[in-house]
Design a binder for this molecule. Structure first.
Ligand SMILES: Nc1ncnc2c1ncn2[C@@H]1O[C@H](COP(=O)(O)OP(=O)(O)O)[C@@H](O)[C@H]1O
Ligand SMILES: [Mg+2]
Length: 209
């Protein structure tokens, strides 16, 4: 792992616990101040900023982990089942017995990010399809939300770009995970909502089969 990534990782871990304590403290304080009390606005502001800092630190830690991505045999079905189990209305289909070489936890976090984004944008259903494609694996993640306008399909991957005032680090992380797996991700024209297409090489033993 590079120097900066290591520093961010260490700093992130050091900040995580005190920040969690501050988030809890702010939530307790909020309980003690009536909703119509003029001081409530200040407490709400503090609680919100602390939450934002927590989200940023978690994202930076996710990024830092990409530098140490594992190279293990991962069964796609397991990663998808774990990511899909956190929500209802997610359909998973295709060549789920496929194997890739990589880091199951990072891949799961990447799918989590895509799924959360779809629901945050207003989708009610997410469909994930895995296809085998010339030695590689093609994963399509589609939703029925409002979609991404063509002129924004490259920008949404820029770290810090968010249309709902969030951290904007999710898709940058997803892209970084795919790079760590010698793969790629792009946002394409969907039938209805947004459509993300990932490409990942299959584990050598599967590619030969
Ligand atoms: N499935 C989706 N449908 C519509 N817009 C999306 C979708 N996924 C991502 N986006 C857009 O891309 C932006 C960047 O996403 P992301 O990097 O995860 O940051 P964040 O979720 O913090 O805003 C989002 O703010 C949203 O505008
Ligand atoms: Mg996001």
């Amino acid at each position: 792992m590079g120097g900066i990534a290591r520093t961010v990782g260490v700093l992130g871990h050091e900040l995580r616990n005190p920040l969690a304590a501050a988030v809890t403290g702010a939530a307790l304080l909020r309980e003690l101040v009536d909703a119509d009390d003029p001081r409530r606005r200040i407490v709400d502001g503090v609680a919100q900023e602390l939450q934002r800092m927590s989200a940023l630190i978690d994202s930076y830690l996710d990024f830092a982990r990409c530098g140490q991505a594992k190279k293990e045999l991962v069964r796609l079905a397991e990663v998808l089942a774990a990511a899909a189990s956190r929500r209802e209305s997610i359909t998973v289909e295709g060549v789920l017995d496929a194997m890739v070489v990589g880091d199951a936890a990072l891949l799961e976090r990447a799918f989590d990010n895509l799924i959360e984004n779809a629901f945050a944008a207003g989708a009610t259903n997410v469909r994930i399809e895995a296809r085998q494609d010339r030695g590689g694996l093609r994963l399509i993640i589609e939703d029925d939300g409002p979609g991404v306008p063509p002129e924004l399909r490259a920008r949404i991957f820029e770290p810090g770009y968010s249309r709902h005032g969030s951290t904007g680090l999710g898709l940058g992380f997803v892209q970084r995970v795919l790079q760590a797996h010698r793969g790629s991700i792009a946002c394409e024209n969907g039938a209805r909502g947004a459509r993300f297409v990932m490409k990942v090489p299959l584990a050598p033993v599967c590619a030969e089969a």
